[in-house]
Design a protein around this ligand. Structure first.
Ligand SMILES: [Zn+2]
Length: 123
C-alpha cells in the first residue's frame, strides 16, 4: 500500500496518507485530516519508499532536512544525498544515484516518480 508524508500548509500538521493503489494516489487530491484543507505538500523524504534501499534513503533525506537543506529546493537535497553517499564510502545503488542526479538538476520528487516507473512498481 503506497503511503506518503505530507505537511499541511494551512495548520502545519504533519501526517501520513495511505492509498489503496498508485492509481488512487495519482487521482486523489490530498486533504488534511486535521483541518480539511487541500493545501497539502508532499515531504521530500519519501522518494522510493517501496524499494529495498528506501529506509536508508529516507534516513539520508531526513538528515538532509535536519542539516538545513531547503525542502523546496530539490537541488540542495540532491547535493546532500550525494555527499552522504560519498562519506559512507558505499555505492547505494543505481536508483539512489539516479534520484540524487535528478534532485540536483532541480526535478521535484513528483517528476522523478513519473519518469522512473520502477520506483512505483513495488508495493
Ligand atoms: Zn491542516
Amino acid at each position: 500500500m503506497p503511503f506518503y508524508d505530507y505537511r499541511c500548509n494551512t495548520c502545519q500538521t504533519e501526517q501520513t496518507l495511505f492509498y489503496k493503489s498508485y492509481a488512487d494516489y495519482d487521482q486523489a487530491t490530498p486533504h488534511c485530516e486535521s483541518c480539511g484543507s487541500n493545501q497539502m505538500k508532499r515531504r521530500i523524504g519519501r522518494i522510493a519508499i517501496a524499494k529495498g534501499e528506501a529506509a536508508r534513503i529516507n534516513t539520508l533525506a531526513d538528515k538532509a532536512l535536519a542539516a538545513g537543506t531547503d525542502e523546496n529546493d530539490p537541488r540542495t537535497i540532491g547535493r546532500f544525498m550525494r555527499q552522504m553517499s560519498q562519506d559512507m564510502g558505499e555505492d547505494l545503488g543505481a536508483e539512489f544515484n539516479e534520484v540524487s542526479d535528478r534532485l540536483e538538476k532541480g526535478q521535484s520528487p513528483e517528476q522523478i516518480e513519473k519518469e522512473l516507473p520502477a520506483i512505483k512498481q513495488e508495493e
